[in-house]
Design a protein around this ligand. Structure first.
Ligand code: ADP
Ligand code: MG
Length: 598
């Protein structure tokens, strides 16, 4: 089992950078007013910061040279001016911090909703190709990075640019040559920092992949905790986790090395600039081109642009993480489900002329999961409405795959699957799946109550209908004996119920759904003899009057089927009734003797 996830193996729709940007801007649309207010607040904030040295300049050089009585008489007014300015700045700071984040969080929620809806839309094929732990990390960490960018992005860019441009303009006004030197040093430092980014990008990608590796290891171990404990696999799991954990620590270490270098560079930058201010400033003062008071103001402006330059360089990290995350996000959204309803398609009932009878036909069906190895290879099978067919054959022969094509979990590569003569690809997917009920070996119960789990068969069913379905599935009495009856929580994946009980709940679901066509895929294989025997009766009751495809190894089930089809190597090798096939003395007869003895 792989502990690290190789995301490079994932297939993706390719999305151009312009499209990524367009989609990103699209998420701002509902929050236009908020976004605009955010920018205005950013503007005011930057303006106040830029104004301070100017005001100080004015007061120290012009105003405070007046007589003490004039100065003292105006202090009240000056206090009011400063209080007003900084009250405005405080308000803006609050607005940006609070509403900016709220906006980011809302956009993140919108994106998360879109991603989740897309996950619901995507077909089985996508789930076969992608790791669920990776899919989960997309919906959590990636989207967090994106919201950081969405919120801090434009406003940071705006404030920093305003401050940098504003202070350079003012610096140039004070002293051109000195500022030209500053500008060159700043550009060189910024270029160096950007060069460091290549390194950063690699480390971050590794970090992310290894975090996903940890998630996968945890998910795997916790999901299979029963297997782990029953095989005494705790030590092996610990070892597996330790490897993933240390790999992560290793990349973390490297990212701290990077941070050390990066922050060191920033500090060097600060030192360099102040050295230039003092030494260069001294030179120009001596040369008589710079007033000493101007030098103090000059130093203040240097302080104002230094922080934004650092922020802007740091911002490339947010930008990179956010962009990469958003790109991955858009790539998932751009995936087209392999299986989807054709535009304007009718419902199955409409296509069948009002009522679905449930005759199922496989016509020369070819199918492959990966596009290369054929799993079904010219499979042809005809099941008259309301009858039952039993598929038998070796494991891996293609029985489950055959059943998966009927509700279009996958689409055929060639040939066709039809219901009452209507190609399943020509009707609305929801109506098709509504007509088909499936009972499988593995039962998935959702977190929630027993009643809710049965109601999954038909949302909106009344309590009476749920109980009726449970009665038919022979589970009503048991449910009533539970502490909270139908409101009893089943525990994660039904951990508190036995295999037979879970299977009965899944049968009740299908009773409630009342489909025309039924697929029973080894529904009783995981059960002990006694439970299996008991459930057979419920299944027989369930299949009455419905077209039923059964995959079973039980003689009684197979024998009762109106038709038996032997599926091997993706083809129907033989078909007929039990007696016909025995008389024919072919594959089935051999298979039968092998399975059940003579
Ligand atoms: P059966 O139900 O008769 O045991 P299946 O239809 O499950 O057989 O499997 C037929 C073949 O398809 C097997 O070789 C199996 O490995 C392969 N297969 C089944 N499901 C998938 C899948 N989701 N992705 C790729 N291959 C699959
Ligand atoms: Mg199978």
């Amino acid at each position: 089992m792989a502990t690290a996830i190789d995301t490079s193996k994932e297939t993706h729709a390719d999305v151009a950078a312009a499209e990524v940007l367009r989609r990103f801007v699209g998420y701002y649309k509902p929050y236009k007013a908020l976004f605009f207010a955010d920018l205005v607040a950013a503007c005011i904030l930057a303006g106040v910061d830029l104004a301070f040295p100017q005001l100080l300049n004015f007061f120290t050089r012009e105003f405070f040279t007046e007589s003490p009585s004039v100065i003292l008489g105006s202090l009240g007014l000056i206090a009011l001016l400063f209080i007003a300015l900084y009250a405005a700045r405080t308000g803006c700071q609050w607005f940006i911090t609070y509403w900016g984040h709220v906006m980011g969080a809302r956009m993140e929620a919108d994106m998360r909703r879109d991603l989740f809806e897309q996950y619901q839309r995507l077909s089985f094929g996508y789930y076969d190709r992608h790791n669920t732990a990776v899919m989960m990390s997309k919906i959590t960490t990636d989207l967090f990075d994106i919201s950081e960018l969405a919120h801090h992005g434009p406003e940071n860019l705006f404030i920093c640019t305003l401050k940098i441009v504003g202070s350079f303009v003012l610096l140039f006004m004070i002293n051109g040559p000195l500022t030209a030197i500053m500008l060159v040093v700043t550009i060189v430092m910024a270029a160096l920092s950007f060069a460091l980014n290549y390194w950063r990008r690699r480390i971050f990608r590794e970090n992310r992949e290894r975090m996903a590796g940890i998630n996968a290891a945890v998910q795997d171990s916790l999901g299979g905790i029963r297997v782990v404990k029953s095989f005494g696999g705790e030590d092996a799991e610990r070892e597996k986790f330790r490897a993933a954990n240390e790999a992560f620590l290793d990349t973390k270490n490297r990212s701290y090395k990077f941070m050390g270098a990066f922050h060191g560079l920033n500090s060097l930058f600060t030192g360099l600039l102040y050295t230039i201010v003092v030494v260069g400033g001294g030179y120009f003062v001596a040369a008589g081109t710079l007033a000493v008071t101007d030098l103090a103001i000059y130093a203040l402006y240097v302080g104002i642009f230094m922080a934004p330059v650092e922020q802007l360089i740091n911002f490339t990290e947010t930008l990179q993480k956010g962009y990469a995350g958003f790109r991955r996000f858009i790539e998932v959204l751009a995936e087209r489900p392999d299986v989807a309803t054709k535009p304007g398609a009718p419902t199955l009932a409409e296509a069948c002329g009002g009522e679905v009878r449930g005759a199922v036909d496989y016509r020369d069906v070819t199918f492959s999961y990966d596009g290369t190895h054929p799993v079904l290879d010219g499979l042809t099978l005809s099941i008259p409405a309301g009858t039952s067919v039993a598929l038998v054959g070796p494991s891996g022969g293609g029985k489950t795959t055959t059943c998966s094509l009927l509700p279009r979990f996958y689409d055929v590569a060639a040939g066709a699957v039809t219901i009452d003569g209507v190609d399943v690809r020509d009707v609305q997917l929801a109506s098709l799946r509504e007509a088909i009920g499936i009972v499988q070996q593995d039962v998935y119960l959702f977190g929630g109550t027993v009643g809710e789990n049965i109601a999954y068969g038909r949302p909106g069913a009344t309590q009476a209908e749920i109980e009726e379905a449970a009665r038919k599935a022979n589970i009503h009495e048991f449910i009533c004996s539970l502490p909270d009856g139908y409101d009893t929580l089943v525990g994660e994946r039904g951990a508190r119920l036995s295999g037979g009980q879970k299977q009965r709940i899944s049968i009740a679901r299908v009773f409630l759904r009342d489909p025309r066509i039924l697929i029973l895929d080894e529904a009783t294989s995981a059960l002990d003899n006694e439970s299996e025997h008991a459930i057979q009766a419920s299944l027989a009751e369930l299949s009455r009057g419905r077209t039923t495809i059964t995959i079973a190894h039980r003689l009684s089930t197979i024998r009762n089927a109106s038709l038996i089809a032997v599926v091997e190597d993706g083809r129907v090798l033989e078909q007929g009734t039990h007696d016909e096939l025995l008389a024919r003395d072919g594959v089935y007869a051999r298979y039968y003797r092998m399975q059940f003895g003579d």
